[in-house]
Design a protein around this ligand. Structure first.
Ligand code: NDP
Length: 283
């Protein structure tokens, strides 16, 4: 045990939070870099009505960093000292850094999207189809348009797709009008269709995917969704939701510690955990 009175605390908050893999990946990173006496990362279940008190606690206890997940990403914003321009534009903070008592809010979700995509392709002038128009979709819309891609959003509720397009540019369609997705370069699923609770569902008919597509699913439980399995069968290039989770955490790691995160170690921890979970569901 290397924790001492000098160890700085980082944490993830959410409700529920017990499923979070953030403590495992951040602590594995600290250990790999030999900074596990400097930082420790824990998880706290914080109810939404307690967020103001929680932030007072962050100030009082001089917590170094806070990762925010559902339902806190929007509500937390009004309690911070500064929210950076990107987080303001996306409308959500997933990262708080305490700089000597000043609480700064950032968003690293969009980096999770673009870094994972840019390992496979450049985004400039690519046609990106985004299925979904909720919180995750906002980070995707910001990220891909920021990198020069052309955006088309498909959503069950067309009004929400139109709202996002008004902010980020592009075209909006309902899910009933999805045929045109065949002509896209990249397809990103930012809906909850295909999550473990409805793992036999998919947001996109298999026959609309080809070997020219890059298909990215935000969902990471199950590790490989029906959408990704079928995309693979069609010869498409696939990107797992785990990569978004990993890359947004890597950006947080740098903000909290100032160190470059050990990507491979953190990816392996995530993979181990997600594949173990997958086996549990299969049984
Ligand atoms: P939201 O609740 O904000 O948005 C949900 C979206 O899914 C909406 O566009 C909604 O459409 C659509 N949707 C829900 N049910 C259906 C359905 N039955 N048929 C068609 N569309 C449906 O959720 P988030 O944006 O926060 O999360 C979306 C997904 O992204 C989740 O699966 C989540 O796990 C994943 N995620 C992954 C992250 C990662 O790091 N890999 C990070 C954050 C999220 P409508 O507008 O019509 O209601």
């Amino acid at each position: 045990m290397k924790i001492s009175a000098k160890t700085k605390i980082c944490m993830v908050i959410g409700n529920p939070i017990e499923h979070s893999l953030s403590p495992q990946i951040h602590n594995a990173g600290y250990e790999k870099l030999g900074i596990e006496s400097d930082y420790v990362y824990v998880a706290c279940n914080v109810e939404i009505q307690n967020i103001a008190d929680f932030i007072k606690g962050v100030r009082a206890m001089q917590i170094r960093g806070v990762s925010c997940t559902i339902p806190h990403k929007i509500e937390v914003m009004k309690h911070l000292d500064e929210v950076d321009e990107v987080a303001e534009k996306i409308g959500a903070v997933n990262t708080i850094v305490n700089e000597n008592g000043v609480l700064n809010g950032y968003n690293t979700d969009w980096l999770g999207v673009v870094i994972a995509l840019e390992k496979v392709t450049s985004l400039k002038n690519k046609r990106v189809a985004l299925i979904g128009a909720g919180g995750a979709a906002r980070a995707v819309a910001y990220g891909v348009t920021q990198r020069g891609a052309k955006l088309t959003i498909y959503n069950r509720t067309i009004e929400k797709a139109k709202e996002l397009i008004n902010e980020f540019g592009g075209e909006a369609y309902s899910l009933d009008d999805i045929e045109g997705i065949k002509n896209m370069d990249i397809i990103f699923n930012a809906t909850s269709v295909g999550l473990a609770s409805n793992k036999n569902e998919t947001p996109l008919p298999k026959e609309l995917m080809t070997n020219k597509h890059i298909i990215f699913d935000a969902i990471y439980v199950p590790y490989e969704t029906r959408l990704l399995r079928e995309a693979k069968q069609q010869g498409a290039t696939i990107i797992h939701g785990m990569e978004m989770l990993l890359q947004q955490a890597i950006a947080q790691f740098k903000l909290y510690t100032g160190h470059d995160a050990p990507e491979d170690v953190m990816r392996n921890v995530l993979l181990d955990n997600l594949i173990t979970k997958e086996k549990k569901y299969a049984n």
